[in-house]
Design a binder for this molecule. Structure first.
Ligand SMILES: C[S@@+](CC[C@H](N)C(=O)[O-])C[C@H]1O[C@@H](n2cnc3c(N)ncnc32)[C@H](O)[C@@H]1O
Length: 328
């Protein structure tokens, strides 16, 4: 872990399953690799260290702080470096802009970085008092404040329940709406007060992190993290060369389910309903699952970095389309 200074704050982030990711990506020195979630360039640095001056590395992040610190950290490597402020869903546009047809490997380490969490001003954490922001992309207009003070009850309830899997979602949403009738909820601590006030006192007394699920839910909504994920995974897969690998790290079950389902479809091909006796869609497998089950951090990593405990890594390799095999 290295700490560089970004806008007066150290950019600290411990990369999850670093060795596993690098080994699964099978980096070729002259290859082309992309990191769709550059963050503090932890994984990216390990990839770039394996690339020669003929290799190309593309790093994408929608957080401007992440890009600025990564530019500095990666400048010592000899490969060609392309860093773009973009949403990873738009990876095809990024590659097209740089006239790159396909890549040999893509890594996506989803979610927020520790820097984003631990930088109180960004409003991601219930541990610091700050304006309700939570934007990964500082140029985006929608903030957590707009959601908390603008969304109608039903929508707030659904988000907190589905994205946060919070059992008190109904009361929390009801109390948010009630509270803002007097005065808008402007800060993280004001929101924590409403959340904790929606739970039985005895339950709140059992721990400090009772606002975590609601904060996770709001963060997912602010950053549209789940809606675009399926499309993003398809775009990543489309961008791979034959033999190229896609590695995705997820941090909660909702994300993992999307990745697992997409990978299964790439590796199965056929999308006919189960009850069809024979396949009529004619789709062939386009990928080979490298990790049949998700890889999780070793015990030592989980102990050293508690943020890694919910991480799951899945890897798929793009294969030659069946109709091409045997024609050469
Ligand atoms: C977990 S961190 C990545 C850390 C990185 N692997 C490292 O080792 O330093 C996730 C990063 O992905 C970025 N991110 C999340 N969703 C994104 C999206 N849709 N498009 C681009 N970047 C995204 C976040 O801003 C954050 O910097």
């Amino acid at each position: 872990m290295i700490g560089d200074n970004v806008t007066g704050k150290e950019f600290r982030h411990v990369s999850i399953m670093l060795d596993e990711c690098i080994s699964y990506l099978k980096v070729k020195p002259d290859g082309i690799y992309a990191d769709a979630t550059l963050g503090g360039a932890g994984h990216a640095g390990a990839v770039c260290a394996k690339l020669s001056e003929n290799g190309i590395f593309i790093g994408i992040d929608r957080d401007l702080d992440a890009l600025s610190v990564s530019r500095e950290r990666l400048s010592k490597y000899s490969c060609r470096l392309i860093l773009e402020h973009s949403n990873y869903t738009d990876i095809k546009d990024v590659l097209e802009k740089h006239q790159i047809e396909s890549v040999d490997g893509i890594l996506a380490d989803l979610g927020v970085s520790s820097y984003q969490f631990d930088n109180g001003e960004r409003g991601f954490s219930y541990r610091f008092d700050a304006p309700l922001d939570m934007r990964m992309d500082q140029t985006q207009t929608l903030t957590c404040y707009d959601i908390v003070n603008g969304y109608e009850f039903e929508k707030l309830f659904r988000i907190i329940k589905e994205y946060g899997e919070e059992k008190f979602a109904h009361t929390i949403a009801k109390n948010i709406v009630k509270q803002r009738e007097n005065k808008p909820i402007s800060t993280t601590f004001e929101l924590v007060k409403v959340i904790e006030g929606s739970m039985p006192k005895k339950y709140v007394a059992t721990g400090k992190n009772k606002a975590a699920k609601t904060f996770q839910a709001l963060r997912i909504e602010v950053n549209n993290e789940l809606n675009g994920l399926r499309q993003a995974v398809e775009n990543f897969f489309d961008c791979l060369s034959t033999g190229g690998r896609l590695a995705v790290i997820t941090f909660h079950s909702l994300e993992d389910r999307i990745v697992k389902t997409a990978f299964k479809e790439f590796a199965t091909g056929c999308t006919c309903p189960k009850e069809f006796p024979v396949c009529i869609c004619g789709k062939e497998p386009r990928g080979r699952l490298i990790t049949k089950k998700p890889v999780i951090p070793c015990e030592e990593e989980m102990l050293e970095n508690t943020r890694s405990t919910s991480a799951k890594l899945r890897v798929i390799e793009k294969i030659e389309p069946i109709e091409k095999i045997g024609k050469n």
